[in-house]
Design a protein around this ligand. Structure first.
Ligand code: FPP
Length: 234
């Protein structure tokens, strides 16, 4: 299925822990399955003609989880950056990371930089991974950058508009999401893309992230195009 209507999908990948618990397994097992599903869903989104996919992989709040779980997630990230690399290049996917990068370990930062550089000319889909990400922190950082421009007399207060402000967010150059999906039955935004989601259509599903599949993604895209036809864009 080709969709020329939805350019950008954002996802809150929730429910890995519950998925593992239901199977009597540790939470890290759910995260591992979740990471495998990142590869599946990236491919499915690309095949459906979506140009941007933004995934909430690790929030600023997630640093407060147990050391054991944080370490397991960071280890998984290392593996994803190593093993997922081949898949990213084969699928012509460009990868970008958004978030408070200074919180991450130097070896992870180095892997992130390398994969961002190597994939920079890929054109099929941009995979934007939110890591150590918090939207209020992002907005504050954009406020500070904008204030700096005023302090340096590069812009006047009157010249500050939505476009200028957006250009100072981590997501500069990325269009706002058309669709937000949150898995696992929770209906919250959880400090995710607060500015960017202003006009986004919201989809909540009870499916736990490791079980969320291509068919469900395509159903949501179909549903989105019907909403678009019915209500038009506001
Ligand atoms: C929410 O499940 C998920 C996360 C906190 C992390 C999401 C991470 C992945 C899908 C894997 C890592 C991704 C990459 C790119 C390597 P939860 O633990 O909150 O589940 P629960 O609500 O059932 O406890």
């Amino acid at each position: 299925m080709e969709t020329d209507i939805c350019k950008h999908i954002a996802i809150i990948m929730d429910g890995n822990g519950r998925w593992a618990k239901k199977r009597g397994m540790p939470r890290s097992f759910g995260h591992k399955k979740g990471a495998e599903n990142v590869i599946e869903i990236t491919r499915a989104a690309k095949d459906a003609g979506v140009k941007y996919l933004t995934l909430y992989a690790f929030s600023t709040e997630n640093w407060q989880r147990s050391k054991e779980e944080v370490d397991a997630l960071m280890q998984l990230l290392r593996e994803y950056l190593d093993k997922g690399f081949k898949d990213i290049m084969e699928n012509n996917v460009r990868i970008r990371f958004i978030g408070e990068k200074k919180m991450l370990a130097p070896d992870i930062l180095e892997k992130m930089r390398a994969i961002e550089d190597k994939s920079a000319d890929n054109t099929a889909l941009t995979l934007c991974v939110a890591l150590s990400y918090g939207s209020r922190q992002e907005i504050l950082s954009a406020v500070k950058k904008t204030a700096q421009l005023v302090a340096e007399k590069k812009v006047t207060i009157g010249e500050i508009d939505q476009a200028l402000f957006s250009a100072n967010l981590y997501t500069a150059d990325i269009p706002d999401p058309d669709i937000l999906i949150r898995t696992s039955g929770e209906q919250r935004i959880s400090n995710y893309l607060l500015w960017q989601l202003a006009y986004t259509e919201l989809f909540f599903t009870d499916t736990l992230w490791p079980d969320f599949d291509k068919n469900e993604l395509l159903t949501i895209l179909e549903n989105f195009s019907m909403r678009e036809r019915r209500y038009g864009k506001s």
